[in-house]
Design a protein around this ligand. Sequence first.
Ligand code: FMN
Length: 109
Amino acid sequence: MARPRRKTDLPVFQTRRYLEPGPIVLVTSAQGNARNIMTMGWHTVMEFAPSLIGCVIAGGNHSFGMIRHSKECVINLPTTALIDEVVGVGNTSGAEIDKFEKFKLTMRH
Ligand SMILES: Cc1cc2nc3c(=O)[nH]c(=O)nc-3n(C[C@H](O)[C@H](O)[C@H](O)COP(=O)(O)O)c2cc1C
């Protein structure tokens, strides 16, 4: 006999681990000669056509002002080989250091 299906209620604060497992990405931005990179987990597809991606960038992040100003950014998909860089980039600010230099990353293909 098939096992009865169970449904479990969770408080909202415990739902992150189920809702957040999408790919962690690296978002690059540029403004004049300045460039920056940040780690991002809070993004989602919002429309097929025209294609639209929604994301959350905290106002205190250096990337926030750069993207607001230039009105563009690039979403980069890192491989698992870049795990240390992804964590490092997500725990430092472009307001203080050049993360491309520090983590030996490049904006080029
Ligand atoms: C795994 C991970 C995911 C993150 N996701 C986000 C995110 O979705 N939005 C956000 O504003 N910050 C996110 N952060 C934090 C930023 O990457 C972090 O604040 C970074 O220092 C911002 O860099 P910046 O000041 O150079 O822009 C994440 C950090 C990590 C480690």
